[in-house]
Design a protein around this ligand. Structure first.
Ligand code: XBP
Ligand code: MG
Length: 249
C-alpha cells in the first residue's frame, strides 16, 4: 500500500538551482574574489552534488589543491552563500513547481506521510518551506545535507528519510529531477518519478518509471517524456495509488 511520498528539493520542489548559482556569485564578490559561475559553467559543476563539494571541486580544478587558508575561505564562502540564498528565498524569489502544492495537499488530506530527501543544507529547506507552505511545514521528515554520510548519488539520504518516516521502500514513491538523484532513490529501493528541471535538461532520466516535465495541473497539463503516463497529463494522488497498487503494492 502507498504510505508515503518522498521529494527531492532542488529542481523538484522548486527551480532553485539558478538561485544557488546567483548566491554563490554574490558570495564570491562579497569576499573579494573575481570568480563568477555562468549558467553553463554551473550546469557542468552540478554533476558534483552538494554545494561545499561543488565549490571544492571548482577550487581544485581551477586553483589547485586548497591549503589550510583556502579551506577556511571555502567554508566562509559556503556559509555566506547559504545566508544570501536564504535572503533571496525569503524575498519570494521562488515558487513551487507545478503540481507540488496540489499533490502535497492531496497526500496530507489522505493521511499519507511526506518527506524531503535532499543534498542541500537544512537552512535552505527550512526557508523554502516557510515561504512556500504558509499553512505550516507539511513534511513529517526531513533528511538533508551533511546528515547523510555520503551525498547523492549514494542512497544514504533516501534511506534516512525512509527510516525517519518508518516506511519500507515498497510503501513509498520518490520524486527527483536529476540523474544522481534518481540513482540515489533507486539504490534506496524506491520507485522514482522524474520531473526534468531547467538544469537537468541534459540528464538521462533512465531508471525513473515515469519522466514528465512537471507534475501538472488540471489547467496546465505536463508533457510526458518517458515511461508511465498519467490520465489528463496530471500526476494525482489517485493515479499514484493506482500505479502503486498495480506495480509495487
Ligand atoms: C541539490 C544540490 C545542493 C544545491 C546547493 O540538492 O546538490 O547542493 O545545489 O545547496 P538536491 P548546498 O537536488 O538533492 O535537493 O550549497 O546547501 O549544498
Ligand atoms: Mg534535485
Amino acid at each position: 500500500m502507498l504510505k508515503a511520498l518522498i521529494f527531492d528539493v532542488d529542481g523538484t520542489l522548486a527551480e532553485t538551482e539558478d538561485l544557488h548559482r546567483q548566491a554563490f556569485n554574490r558570495a564570491f564578490a562579497e569576499l573579494g574574489l573575481d570568480w563568477n559561475w555562468s549558467p553553463e559553467a554551473y550546469a557542468d559543476l552540478l554533476t558534483v552534488m552538494g554545494g561545499k563539494e561543488r565549490l571544492a571541486h571548482y577550487v581544485r580544478t581551477e586553483h589547485g589543491e586548497p591549503d589550510a587558508r583556502r579551506r577556511v575561505q571555502m567554508s566562509e564562502i559556503h556559509d555566506r552563500k547559504t545566508r544570501i540564498y536564504g535572503d533571496l528565498v525569503t524575498q519570494g524569489a521562488l515558487a513551487l513547481r507545478p503540481g507540488i502544492a496540489r499533490l502535497v495537499e492531496e497526500a496530507k488530506r489522505a493521511g499519507l506521510r511526506l518527506a524531503v530527501a535532499s543534498t542541500t543544507s537544512r537552512p535552505n529547506i527550512d526557508t523554502l518551506i516557510a515561504v512556500n507552505f504558509p499553512k505550516g511545514n507539511p513534511f513529517d521528515a526531513i533528511a538533508c545535507g551533511d546528515e547523510a554520510e555520503r551525498k547523492k548519488p549514494h542512497p544514504d539520504v533516501f534511506v534516512l528519510a525512509l527510516k525517519r518516516l518508518g516506511v519500507e521502500p515498497g510503501e513509498a514513491i520518490a520524486f527527483e529531477d536529476s540523474a544522481p538523484g534518481i540513482r540515489s532513490a533507486l539504490d534506496a529501493g524506491l520507485p522514482v518519478i522524474a520531473t526534468r528541471s531547467l538544469y537537468t535538461g541534459g540528464h538521462s532520466l533512465e531508471g525513473a518509471f515515469s519522466a514528465v516535465s512537471d507534475l501538472g495541473e488540471q489547467e496546465a497539463p505536463h508533457s510526458h517524456l518517458a515511461g508511465s503516463a498519467w490520465p489528463g497529463d496530471v500526476v494525482t494522488l489517485a493515479a499514484l495509488k493506482d500505479w502503486h497498487a498495480r506495480h509495487a503494492g
